[in-house]
Design a protein around this ligand. Structure first.
Ligand code: G2I
Length: 464
């Protein structure tokens, strides 16, 4: 307890100093004191994830770290094309379903990886071309995204479609040879199959402003301008011994196109700079308000595809490495995602409730300004997907409800990260178990899909 009081005092002093220095700053942008990666990321409105190899889910040391530190998971291999459709039209979801169950039991969200990729295709697809391959690949996207519908936070719809080097062009592959529009066709198919999932393009060697990242940037800009349904870009960030000085600027230029960005497969060569590079990547993500989460590609060094590079945050024994501490500190020091403009962050000293990962012994009263909600709509003729941001007021929340009144003829058909009561007229959405407890100014998101039009809906948030 004393320890917490000291930390709060330190936060107050830091905030006062910054205000005195004339900076625009809210309490959400001061230091916090999470003690796990997931708690510290969540305090800043982000997730912290790991790639999971299905066979490791029976390893106790591995699972203990996974559940203690990570609130997002992605299948390292189990949702790829060769794993999910080994023979054409025969779908196998054993590994993917096992990971989703693990995630749901442990309050973790799931990234889907990857619907289409030139590697790890089943043999039958490798041997296909032309219109037969085009229909097989779109069917694959539709079937897999439909199977996991409502369970995936973000899908890597297309992985690694750009060439390395200076061309900035598409990579040659059997997929590319079906026609340059294969990527947008895949995004449209994924949106139709799972309208609630964020749809991402994911690639490597995009760790800064370079020819390859610029090629991708131009594609994303084109997609946004033509309404192709892309919501996010993943930066794998398999890194060596240095970090490009424009790493953050590169994330920011994509964010400025109106997409979220995520660090999706982070690992870093060991050596003198490892901890600094991990911290630099984390800081860059925290400094970009649309950078919604970081995933490391594995849990411990010995789980990594990079073998002797010792590229991750934990030793095989489970011990935390220096890089772990540097990431945790960077998460704690980073700004939170800025609350929406209608919700100025509190400028007075901190929350009197403990941070969200430490359940308070008694239920604190609802905060003076409860919570606020804002909605962003993705609409088409006859339907819509609504993403709702819930921002806690200065006392945080133990739970929340958001009500929306839909126009006549509109109806909610699907909800994620919240529970809906009712489907027409006034519909009330209540937090699920892992996103009800929010720290002061913290943001969480849920969504719903519907038929009809939701134009003009205004959400009302109530905290408990
Ligand atoms: O290559 C690193 C990553 C680059 N970005 C996309 C990711 O999907 C990719 O992950 C790696 C996995 O970490 C490896 O585990 O993708 C590799 C495939 O290209 C995965 O390796 C494969 C082996 O090639 C297979 O022989 C093996 O059966 O892992 C399989 C399962 O252990």
């Amino acid at each position: 307890m004393n320890h917490k009081r000291v930390l709060r005092l330190a936060v107050t002093v830091a905030a006062t100093g910054a205000l005195a220095a004339g900076m625009t700053m809210t309490l959400t942008s001061t230091a916090s004191a999470g003690t796990t990666l997931k708690a510290s990321a969540a305090e800043k409105g982000r997730y912290f994830g790991a790639a999971v190899a299905g066979q490791k889910l029976s390893d106790n040391t591995y699972v203990t770290i996974l559940n203690r530190e990570f609130n997002s998971v992605v299948a390292e291999n189990d949702m790829k094309w060769d794993a999910t459709e080994p023979q054409q039209g025969r779908f196998v979801y054993t590994g993917g379903d096992r990971l989703v169950s693990h995630a749901q039991a442990n309050g973790q969200s799931v990234r889907g990886h990857a619907l289409l990729w030139y590697q790890q295709q089943p043999g039958w697809a490798q041997n296909m071309s032309g219109s037969a391959l085009r229909s097989a690949m779109i069917n694959h996207v539709t079937q897999v995204a439909t199977h996991f519908r409502g369970k995936i936070h973000s899908w890597d719809v297309v992985n690694e479609a750009f060439a390395d080097g200076n061309s900035g062009a598409r990579r040659d592959s059997n997929l590319q040879r079906t026609g340059n529009d294969w990527i947008e066709a895949a995004f449209y198919a994924a949106r139709a199959a799972d309208p609630g999932a964020k749809l991402c393009y994911n690639d490597y060697n995009t760790d800064g402003i370079n020819a390859k990242s610029t090629g991708i940037y131009n594609m994303v800009r084109d997609f946004r301008s033509r309404g192709v349904p892309i919501d996010c870009v993943g930066f794998q960030s398999h890194l060596g011994t240095s970090l490009a000085s424009d790493y953050q600027a590169n994330l920011q230029r994509f964010a400025d196109l109106g997409v979220d960005v995520q660090i999706t497969e982070l690992d870093v060569m060991s050596g003198g700079n490892q901890a600094n590079i991990f911290a630099g990547v984390t800081r860059a993500c925290m400094n970009v308000s649309r950078c919604t989460g970081i995933t490391t590609w594995g849990v411990r060094d010995c789980d990594s595809w990079r073998g002797s590079d010792n590229a991750l945050l934990f030793e095989c024994s489970g011990n935390k490495k220096a890089a772990y501490t540097s990431v945790l500190n960077a998460l704690n020091a980073g700004p939170g995602i800025t609350p929406s403009p209608t919700t100025p962050g509190p400028t007075t000293p901190g929350p009197t409730t403990p941070p969200p990962t430490t359940p308070p012994p008694t239920t604190p009263p609802p905060g003076p300004d409860g919570c606020t909600a804002s909605v962003s709509l993705n609409s088409w003729t006859g339907g819509f997907v609504a993403s709702v941001k819930v921002t806690a007021g200065s006392a945080g929340t133990n739970g929340w409800n958001v009500s929306v009144t839909l126009p006549g003829g509109a109806s909610v058909t699907n909800t994620w990260s919240a529970t809906a009561s009712g489907s027409t007229g006034t519909v009330r959405f209540t937090n699920v178990n892992y996103n009800g407890r929010l720290g002061a100014g913290q943001v969480t998101e849920f969504g719903f899909q519907g038929t009809g039009s939701a134009a003009g809906v205004t959400p009302t948030c109530t905290a408990s």
